[in-house]
Ligand binder design. Sequence first.
Ligand code: A3P
Length: 345
Amino acid sequence: MLFKQPALLRQKLFVLGSLALGSLLYLVARVGSLERLQPICPVDSRAAPHTHEQIPLRTLQYKRGLLHELRRGNATKEQNLLHHLVQQLPRAIIIGVRKGGTRALLEMLNLHPAVVKASQEIHFFDNDKNYARGIDWYREKMPYSLPHQITIEKSPAYFITEEVPERIFKMNSSIKLLVIVREPTTRAISDYTQVLEGKERKNKTYHKFEKLAIDAGTCEVNTKYKAVRTSIYTKHLERWLKYFPVEQFHIVDGDRLITNPLPELQLVEKFLNLPSRISQYNLYFNATRGFYCLRFNIVFNKCLAGSKGRTHPEVDPSVVAKLRKFFHPFNQKFYQITGRTFNWP
Ligand code: A3P
């Protein structure tokens, strides 16, 4: 008996060992056969020597130009796929304010490698005809970008157009909203200057600013004049706040963007949760132009078009004073709501 038991144990161990070895050999053979059974990628769906590496972002600034050209010439889906580029809805919109410095802000943010601008004002949400074309139409107006990049568009008319907040909310209730403002009276005069220039280009005469801004009957500020109404920022913002919490807005100081743009841009980078990438190198003051211009790299730099930074006409100081007094209480409310205070008179 004593002898028999270890023999039985040895036998059992032998059987178990054989089983384990068999299983192991089976697994090895299976893995091998699985490897051999891997489907061979059909030639046309195989990506070109796989480009997992990202397109260098700086290069993309130039590639974008090329891709826009491709798109105009009906680039194929494959061409876009090859570059891993997609058209994305904006994750941030510069909603206004007209003449606040909206173009400068967009162009300067576009210096950031993770930002891609929609060059044209799309006017999707403020124009009923465009809005009726649907969201796919809007998306198709967007530039090509890499999936992790942020597309930004600007249409300053959004800020003052009644229907826009609800429409944007329906597209994306967590979208980030940028509002760039200037001292309200200066902004109103800038607004007037733009319209005046348009009239002069068509050889038309136009009223003086004073006549439009002040009601001749009451001698009070004419709140029916659009350039005045647009500068009552708080009135417009209150409509937006029915849809979006105040945290979803970032107010940019348009006057400081003119004189010292970098700190303003750094605040926007923070608001957009982007790493700080725009540096003083990217912005240089051009004395001839009288404004900061943009430097992308050693060879590529640009200033904004001449239509940005017009000389304003002289305005009667008593009218300026009246307007400043008129805007004052609205400004106080604007500071209170936004938490951003300006040294406006
Ligand atoms: P003015 O023409 O009154 O000077 P918008 O792009 O919203 O129409 O704003 C135009 C304003 O942007 C201009 O108003 C100008 O002062 C301002 N601006 C800010 N930064 C600028 C820059 N770097 N180059 C040109 N204009 C700039």
